[in-house]
Design a protein around this ligand. Structure first.
Ligand SMILES: N[C@@H](CCC(=O)N[C@@H](CS)C(=O)NCC(=O)O)C(=O)O
Length: 398
């Protein structure tokens, strides 16, 4: 029912209207709510369509209001109380880089926690933007560590916090020496994902990770029905993310080179990551290993382990290690993977779509040199990648 039409009907002397009933006058003039004739099937369909549309619009607006998000300050928030059953609880996702980091840290510290897996679209659905999760983290991101009912936001803060409050007997992941502690802090920052990855991949390896994950997103999303992305288009706070997933879903890994912004992001992130890995190689030489700070494993190694794991999951590590260019990094990666915490926190939480996605990336690169160039660059450096890293891959299999 349209207010303007009602007014016109009155002005024409065609009398009274009735909400919910449409009719046509005996003079044959059409008018909503004017008695005289029943609606035709077409009119009923149109009216029904508009009715449904109105209901859908209202429902969407109500749902958007329920899902309102806002940024949260990083760190421990003692003033917030969430329901809890165990001293430590973790809301996390199998693929998420930041979730892997906090899981790994908790495993290294031997801290048991109640696990709350939260899906992101790449692992199945947009659980992170639903009202229930937004009550845990109004920012809509994982991971969230909850200690005695109080949340700790942002993974780099979670690992610092967990290392500080770990029960007696847990290994210390923070060195006593102030100089080493400062060094560790620098590396935590350099592996954190804290800024816009499209603009600041040069500042940290963590920021360079999402660009390099694009091919994995493209293959994992193959298995997710398109209508699930719709939820993101309607309710995600950053519309760019579901739009990227939709584009990747439509094009697929085999045509990823046609998606200009994605290929540009991959190339840029690859260059940036190469710079961070060179810095890591230098640091390992300086410290003398086996760990970033020397003899003691620390939070800095936790940060690097998950970045390197993501490079494994996207099949990009082989190109970074081609030609034996970064021998210390290669040995360091082998040591990181040999730790029981890696098995517990990473392999033990793998998702079938991650290994599926990795296989599809490898197959797409083998099948089409254009895709290989798009994902790995066009340089000589990758020639011997398969040869150079085959031994590494064999070692990576748990
Ligand atoms: N700086 C945050 C970043 C958190 C973040 O962006 N998490 C990603 C997964 S790694 C996420 O939840 N994304 C939600 C989405 O893509 O919809 C942290 O370190 O915890």
């Amino acid at each position: 029912m349209d207010f303007e039409n009602q007014r016109t009907a009155h002005a024409n002397g065609l009398v009274q209207t009735s909400f919910g009933r449409a009719s046509v006058t005996s003079t044959g003039k059409a008018g909503w709510g004017i008695p005289g004739r029943r609606m035709t099937l077409v009119e009923m369909t149109v009216a029904g369509g508009f009715g449904l549309l109105a209901v859908a619009v209202v429902a969407t607006l109500v749902e958007r209001a329920r899902r309102r998000r806002h940024a949260v300050p990083a760190g421990h928030r003692p003033e917030i109380r969430l329901p809890f059953e165990a001293p430590f609880e973790l809301y996390h996702n199998a693929l998420s880089l930041c979730s892997m980091k906090t899981r790994l840290c908790l495993a290294e510290l031997g801290i048991a926690y109640r696990s709350h897996p939260v899906d992101l679209i790449e692992t199945g659905r947009y659980q992170n933007i639903r009202a229930a999760f937004l009550r845990v983290n109004p920012a809509g991101t994982v991971p969230v560590l909850v200690h005695e009912g109080h949340p700790v936001y942002e993974s780099h803060e979670q690992i610092r916090y967990a290392a500080r409050v770990a029960p007696a007997g847990a290994p210390s992941l923070i060195p006593d020496d102030p100089a080493l502690r400062a060094e560790m802090e620098r590396w935590i920052d350099r592996t954190s994902l804290t800024e816009d990855p499209l603009r600041h991949g040069d500042r940290s390896a963590g920021n360079a990770v999402p660009g390099l994950t694009v091919p994995l997103f493209a293959t994992m999303i193959e298995r997710i029905p398109s209508w699930r992305i719709l939820e993101g288009l309607l309710f995600h706070f950053d519309k760019q993310r579901p739009l990227v997933f939709l584009a990747l879903k439509l094009l697929g890994i085999r045509r990823i080179d046609r998606l200009g912004p994605a290929t540009a992001a991959i190339a840029r992130s690859r260059r940036q990551m190469a710079g961070h890995l060179d810095a890591l190689e230098e640091r390992l030489e300086e410290s003398g290993g086996p760990w970033l700070l020397g003899a003691g494993y620390s939070l800095a190694d936790v940060g690097w382990c998950v970045v390197l794991e993501r490079l494994r999951q996207t099949d990009s590590l082989r190109s970074f290690l081609a030609n034996g260019d970064r021998p210390r990094l290669e040995a360091y990666w082998a040591r990181l993977r040999a730790r029981p915490a890696y098995r517990e926190a990473i392999t033990g939480h793998s998702h079938p779509l991650i290994e599926y996605g990795l296989e599809r990336i490898v197959a797409a690169k083998r099948a089409d040199p254009r895709i290989r160039r798009c994902l790995e660059g066009d340089s000589e450096e990758h020639r011997s990648a398969d040869r150079g890293v085959r031994s590494l891959e064999a070692g990576a299999r748990p």
